[in-house]
Every structure is written in C-alpha cells, then in structure tokens.
Design a protein around this ligand. Structure first.
Ligand code: ADP
Length: 865
C-alpha cells in the first residue's frame, strides 16, 4: 500500500470498511470509483472506464459520475440490489494540510431508500432484521425508513415462517448477525431478491432506547435493536421520525402463506407480477398514497377478530349509505399529501418550502374530513372523527410563515411571508426602497438629460448602470456620469448615488437570503416536534381513505355485506370472482352459489378443463378474504365463518425457478396444508396429483380427501379430473359432489360455468382438444381410442377402502377391488374362464340361500381342483 499516493491510500482505507458497497469517492465535482468498483460499476452503469496514476506500478482503473447527476446512478445500483457508500470531503480543501479529510456520510441500500424512483408511492419499502435464538425460534423486525413505522414479532422454529413473512413484506434487505447459518442465508437469497447485510450489535443503546419501550421480551428487544444499530450506523443522520416499535403476532391475522397469496393473486398477478389484474388492483380506489399502502397492508393481513372486522364493516356501511358525503370525502382526500413520508423527510432534513406548503394544504383539509365523518354519528364514525387531529399548530405556523408559491431552492429567499419576522421585513424594506429609487431614477435622468431612450439596467458583473446610445452621447455633459463599459452602440455609466443604493440593495438581499434560510430551518425544526402527531393523523386519514374505497368499490361492483356464522356455515348466493368479472365485463360472468356446513365439509368438483373449476374455488377464497378485511363481497348474499387460515394448491407455472419438480412442490404445499389446517381453515386443492401417473395421482388424491374429511374437517374445495373419485361421496358422509356443467352443442362443447350438484357425467377432454383446433384426423382417432377404452371398465376406487376412521399407513389402503394376492398381469386360464362364465350367468335373485351356498361350493371346488 505504501507505494500508492496519499489519496489512493485514503481511498483504500475507507473502502476496507465498506467492502460490500460501491464507494462513491468525492473528488471535486465528481464521485470517482477505483479498482474493482470501477470495473464493476462501468459495466453496471454503462459508463466509460478510464485509469489514472496512483503511485503503483500500474495505472488504477477508474470511472466516475458527476456530482449533480449522481442520484440516478445511485438509484440504478440500488435497484440492482447493490449498496452505495457516499464518501464526502469533510474539511475545507483550503484549510487542509495534506489530503483533504473524507468520510462516508451515508450508506444507501435497497432497504433504506428515502426518495427517488426506487420508492413506489403506494408501496412500503421494508428493511427487516432476523435474529436466530438457541431454542430455534426467530425474531423478525421490520421498518420502513420512509414512513418511520417499525414492528417486531417472534416466529416459531420453522424457518419457513421467516421466509414467508419476508416474502409477504416484500423486504428488500435483511440484517442478520454475521454467524447466521449459511444454508438459511442461501434460502433467503434464493427465495427472492433480498440484499443481506450484517450487524452483530444487538444491545439497547441510548440513541434508540425510547423506541423499544413497549417491548417486554428480551428476544424482541434484541431483534429490533439489531435493526436500529444497522440503521443508525449506516444513515448517520437524524432518524427522529422513527416510531416506537410495536409487536405483532402472525396468529392475530388470517394466515395465508406466500404461495397461496400468489396463487390467489392478491397483490400481484402470477404471470406479469404486476398489480394489474390482482385483487389490490380491483380494490384500489384510494385517493392518497398512504391510503394505497394501507390497503396493501390490509390485504396482506386480513383480520380474524370478529369485533374488529365488524367495526370496519360498520364504517363501510355508513359510507355506502351517504353517497354525497363520500364524494366530498374523496375530493378532500385527493388534496391530502403523503403525510407519512413527508414526516420522514422532515426528520431527515430534506424538505423544501414547497413540501411545507403541501403539508399545510393537506392539513387544512382535515377539519372538513373530520366534520363530515363526525356527522355520520355512529359510534365508530365519531371515534374516527376524534382521531383525525388537524395539528392546527402546524397549519397556523405554516400559514403565517411561508408564502403560497415558494421557489424550490432554499437559498434564494422568497419563502417567508412579510410580517413573520421584523428583521426580515426591515431588510426587505431596504431592498424594496432601493429598487423603487432606481426605478424612479430612469424617469428622472431622462427628464434631466432630455434623452428619451436613456435606460437603467442591471447585470451581474457591473451591477446597476445607466445606458445611453452612442447617438445621444453628445447630449450628456462632461463628467455628468462615470463611464463604466463601452458597447458597440451604447455607453454604460454609473453615479456614486446609484452605487450607494446598489450596495444597500445587495447587502439587504444577501441578508434576506441568509435570514430566510435560518428562519426556514427553525420552522422545519418546529414542525419536527409534531412528527408523532402527524404520523398518527396519517394513519387515521389512511384508514378513512381505505374505508371510503371499500364503500366506493362495493357500491360500484354490487357487493353485499357478509354476515358471519358461528356454526362454520358458508352460504353464498350468486357469488362472483371479482377480478374475472371485471375483466370479462359483468354481463358474461356466470355467478355461482356455494353452500357448505357441518354436513358438507368437502366439495369434490368435477368438470372438464377450462370449465371454471379453479375460478370457482378462487372466488370462494377471495370472498372470504374480502370479508375478513372488512370489505363487502361480490355476491347477492353471503354468510361465512371467520377462517383462521387459507391454503391453496393451485398449479403455478413458475415453480421451476426454485429448482424443485412441480410435483414435489405440489406435495410440499399439500403437506403444509394438511399439517397446519384446522377445522376453521379453508383449503383449496386444484387437481392435486396431476403431476404423477394416473393411479398414483388418484391414490394420493383419494388419501388426501379422506384424511381431510376424517381428521381435519376443514372446509375444502377439491377439484379433480379423476372422474372415478366421485364415488367417494357414497362413503364419506361430509363429502359432496358438485360439477361445472357443460353442454354439447352441434358436437362441440359449450361451458356454462355453472356449478351444479352431483358429479360431472362425461369427460369433455376431446371436445376441448377440438376447440383448440387440433387436426380433425387426430380428434377422430382419439374418439376411436376412447370408445375402445370405455369398453373395458377402469378400476374404480374401492368402497371398502374407505374407512370411517383414518388409519396410519400401517393399515395399507387398497384402492381397487382386486384382492392383493392377485397379480394384475395374470391372464385367466381356461378353467378360470369357465368358472367366471358360470358366475356371470347366475341369477342370484332367483336362488335360495341354500342353492347359493351349494353353487358356491361347486365353483370353489372347480377352481381348486
Ligand atoms: P378450469 O379450472 O376448470 O380449467 P378455469 O377456472 O381456469 O377453468 O376457467 C377457465 C376460463 O373460463 C377462465 O379463464 C374464465 O375466463 C372463464 N370462466 C370461469 N368461470 C367463469 C364464470 N363463472 N363465468 C364466466 N366465465 C368464466
């Protein structure tokens, strides 16, 4: 290292402490990168790679970005999951002896973004921390630095739960101790694009101890402390907007694992991973960005506490009944700025006067909102109205202090209102008087000299001047003005008086600039004291926004208020899949009923492919979820239990990325459902067993159905194309067959999308193939083969195999009614054939018991001989 220049040595020293980040090293007007960083950054950012002498044997690779446009380069790197350490000069180069001192002033990481295009208005940007404990539990904390909200929870000993939470949160970055299990680190990286960061400190420190006051358990404190150590270490600036950490338990919410959420397309679609086409997209009529974020949080965590659900429902009900007031609320909410993120930026110190004007405008809407809600007079509405705190102190301050249209820059003045500060008013008077004097000067001098074209002007270099055209110069008296500048057609002059006024004006303006900046910073500091109240207002305004959006969507899309059943009953009349309905346009959508109770726990759904089986199943789950977030549901009538968990196994195309075979994923998801579901859960299994051979698949499907039916009793919708399974209804009393009807019309199949009682009567596979326009010759051949196959009966699921009580696998189930000893490949001998023929011909109803016994004896003897 010794041979490098002092500056490169400084670089290497700083870099050694930030090995996992790109080091943006400030050199004059550029941020430069060297060595490995330069090689990698020039590729990632597509910027030119150069090199410079650095004292070593070889030139050092280097690339750089201009200081003023660095933001977009930083964002590009962050989006790709990298971290960027900003290293600034922290001493005046003029004062420096030797190399200017430089320090890292901020580490920007995917989880700590405060602004810019990496932040989506309607989405939180979470950073999480995970702490493993000796008893195999995990602590998980998360925080959105842009809004200041933090939460922490303890998860049981399955790492799956951690992965699941991280996925649900969409955490961009996870902070873990450096000795964290390597295999688990890999799982986190593989599951989604998560940036891992390390922090070994987990003790409580003065700087953030107040945030942990609500936490009683040490494990929770440790987990949250790790996150804050990391945030304080990397951000190196005021984090006063961080709210105290609250605990939550995943059991407080309807549990839906990440895969099921994805399958049901709650917040993004499976194919495009975009919001469009998801339940969130359908529901999102929120008027504010913070309302949008809350809506997503609510969809991610539906409630299970009936009381809380009903409270939301009652407010939605009220809002639906008051159409005009609701439209007023929407208009007012539209004017409400993102208070939550604004509060964060106030704390960080990066708001300008325009932001504060927006804050004021937002706050002035609150009394109107409050009044409208209060007038609804229901218990919930009055309570919500009370919680809408207009923070008048801030409104008043901003109204008095800041002008309506301030400039973007904080250094130019023109932000503070006249009358707010006496000193400022004096400076302004001085400047204005000077300017008026100058304005009058032109007229005065014109009269004095008789030169009509005489002008008074200003430029940056010479200040104020009097300009006379060359043609008129002769009208001036010798020495009347002092010559300053000569142009082609004119001369510019000054007078001592003019310069005196000019000095006054400039002095006053400089002072104005300084004073305004100082006043502005004070105002910002004052607003900072109100951050907790602003954050609480933000929460309540967001809640109102989400509830009005529920009301609006429920009315527009003809939803009804669901009732909750204590007897685990589902009654849905004319239910619809809200997203498919919206996309299809409501005329074409065929609504369907669903009835389930303690006598009908499992519905076995048969019907051809594309007939609407999985749409029907998803529709039931979406209706349940909508009900549990407090929204109305797409049906004409709905009675539902409050579910504790929803499980789905609906084939998804992209299981491949995880490297596991689709069938294995299918089995893992089935296992997840079967081991965790309770009587109060909802299970949706779509075509389970399809990924393996027919007998295998059918056997597994039947065993699962029996297990759920006999052991769990969860409400289950099971779709299958194994028509053979429909006989299960005879022996499983709580299983009912339903099917999606289809009719043949002119030899083609027409799907009616209507769910009907009973099993489907025919497989329409070939017709679907025909619809897909496979060659006619091929279709004809398939029909031929089908006829041949139908002539030989398929083995049917065995009635005896179905046990009232499920036995562990030791009791080996048999699925088909051949005795085990018979080898299925065995071809009957001539003797056996004769016995069979004789058996077939018997007319048992015409025989007496004795005759039957005798015949049986005869047959037995024949076959034994
Ligand atoms: P399956 O699971 O039986 O293969 P899907 O549920 O995927 O069938 O439905 C196939 C298509 O049928 C869907 O894409 C949808 O457009 C249409 N569909 C499903 N249910 C309905 C319905 N109730 N009304 C109108 N169209 C429907």
């Amino acid at each position: 290292m010794a041979h490098y220049t002092p500056m490169i040595q400084q670089y290497l020293k700083v870099k050694a402490e930030h090995q996992d980040a790109f080091l943006f090293f400030r050199l004059g007007d550029f941020y430069e990168m060297f060595f490995e960083d330069a090689l990698k950054a020039s590729q990632e950012l597509e910027i030119t790679l150069t090199s410079r002498e650095g004292g070593g044997d070889e030139k050092i690779p280097m690339c750089g970005v201009p200081y003023h446009s660095a933001q977009s380069y930083i964002e590009q790197l962050i989006e790709k999951g990298y971290k960027v350490a900003i290293c600034e000069q922290t001493e005046d180069p003029k004062q420096a002896k030797g190399v200017v001192r430089r320090e890292v002033v901020q580490l920007i990481t995917p989880g700590t973004l405060m602004e810019g295009r990496g932040l989506n208005d309607k989405e939180n940007n979470y950073i999480a921390s995970v702490t493993p404990f000796a008893d195999n539990t995990f602590g998980l904390a998360y925080s959105d630095l842009s809004t200041g909200e933090s939460k922490v929870t303890l998860l049981s000993n399955q790492f799956d739960e951690v992965l699941n939470e991280l996925a649900v949160l969409g955490a961009k970055e996870v902070v873990i101790p450096s000795n964290f299990n390597g295999e688990l680190q890999k799982q986190m990286r593989d599951r989604s694009a998560i940036t891992l960061s390390f922090e070994d400190k987990d003790g409580t420190e003065e700087s953030f101890s107040s945030l942990l006051l609500d936490l009683t358990q040490n494990k929770l404190k440790q987990t949250a402390a790790r996150l804050f150590h990391y945030l304080y270490r990397t951000q190196k600036r005021s984090l006063d907007h961080l709210q105290s950490v609250s605990t939550y338990q995943i059991q407080q919410y309807l549990k839906i694992d990440y895969f099921s959420k994805r399958n049901l397309e709650l917040t993004e679609t499976i194919r495009s991973k975009g919001k469009k086409g998801s339940l969130l997209w359908l529901l999102d009529g929120t008027m504010t960005a913070m309302g949008g974020r809350m809506l997503k949080q609510w969809i991610d965590r539906p409630l299970i506490d009936k009381h809380e659900i009903i409270r939301r429902q009652n407010l939605v009900d009220t809002l639906i009944q008051h159409y005009f007031e609701r439209q007023d609320l929407r208009e007012k909410l539209k004017e409400v700025y993102d208070l939550e993120r604004l509060a964060g930026r106030v704390a960080f110190g990066n708001v300008n006067a325009r932001d504060l004007v927006q804050l004021k405008r937002s706050l002035t809407q609150i009394p109107f909102l409050k009044e409208i809600v209060r007038q609804f007079e229901t218990e919930e509405a009055v309570e919500l109205a009370e919680q809408l705190d207009p923070v008048e102190e801030v409104t008043d301050l901003l109204e008095q202090a800041i002008v309506d249209n301030p400039p973007l820059s904080l250094k130019e003045g023109n932000m503070i209102r006249d009358g707010y500060n006496a000193q400022l008013d004096q400076f302004r008077d001085a400047s204005r008087n000077g300017k008026t004097w100058i304005a009058q000067l032109e007229q005065k001098e014109r009269e004095k000299t008789g030169i009509k074209s005489l002008k008074v002007g200003y430029n940056r270099v010479f200040g104020y001047y009097i300009e006379v055209t060359r043609a008129n110069l002769h009208l001036l008296q010798e020495g009347q003005y002092e010559r300053k500048q000569t142009l082609t057609n004119a001369e510019r002059f000054i007078t001592p008086e003019l310069k005196e006024k000019e000095a006054l004006i400039l002095q006053a303006e400089e002072k104005i600039g300084e004073l305004e900046y100082e006043l502005f910073t004070n105002i910002r500091e004052t607003v900072k004291e109100y951050i907790p109240r602003l954050q609480s207002l933000a929460k309540n305004a967001s809640k109102l926004d989400v509830l009005q959006c529920f009301a609006q969507v429920s009315e527009e899309r003809r939803f009804v208020k669901p009732q909750f059943s204590e007897e685990r009953r589902i009654v849905i009349k004319d239910g619809r899949h809200p997203v498919v309905e919206k996309v299809l346009n409501s005329q074409e959508y065929v609504p369907n009923d669903c009835y389930m109770d303690s006598e009908r726990e499992v519905l076995l759904i048969t019907g051809p492919n594309m007939s609407g089986k999985s749409t029907y199943m998803r529709q039931i789950a979406l209706i349940a979820i909508l009900a549990q977030i407090g929204c109305y549901v797409p049906a004409n009538e709905a009675v539902l239990p409050i579910f504790d968990q929803v499980f789905t196994r609906i084939g998804a195309a992209d299981d491949l990325i995880s490297g596991q075979s689709t069938f294995m994923v299918e089995m893992l998801e089935a296992k997840n459902a079967i081991t965790n579901a309770t009587q109060n859960s909802l299970i949706l299994f779509d075509e389970i067993g399809r990924g393996t051979s027919t007998y295998d698949g059918m056997a597994l499907a039947q065993a699962m159905i029996e297990y759920i039916h006999n052991r769990i009793g969860a409400k289950t919708l099971f779709s299958t194309h194994y028509h053979e399974l429909t006989v299960l209804e005879e022996n499983l009393p709580k299983l009912k067959n339903v099917h999606v009807s289809a009719v043949e019309h002119n030899g083609k199949v027409v799907f009616l999308h209507k769910i009907k009682e009973g099993p489907a009567d025919k497989s329409y596979g070939i017709h679907v193939a025909q619809l897909a326009e496979l060659p006619n010759e091929l279709i004809a051949r398939a029909e031929e083969i089908l006829q041949e196959l139908e002539a030989e009966p398929m083995p049917q699921p065995s009635a005896v195999a179905i046990k009232e009580e499920y036995h562990e696998p030791s009791g080996q189930l048999s699925f088909f009614d051949e005795p085990k000893e018979i080898d299925q490949s065995h071809t009957p001998s001539a003797k056996e054939k004769r016995v069979l023929e004789q058996l077939k011909k018997l007319d048992i109803l015409d025989m007496t018991p004795l005759q039957a016994m005798n015949t049986l004896y005869e047959l037995h003897k024949k076959i034994k001989s």
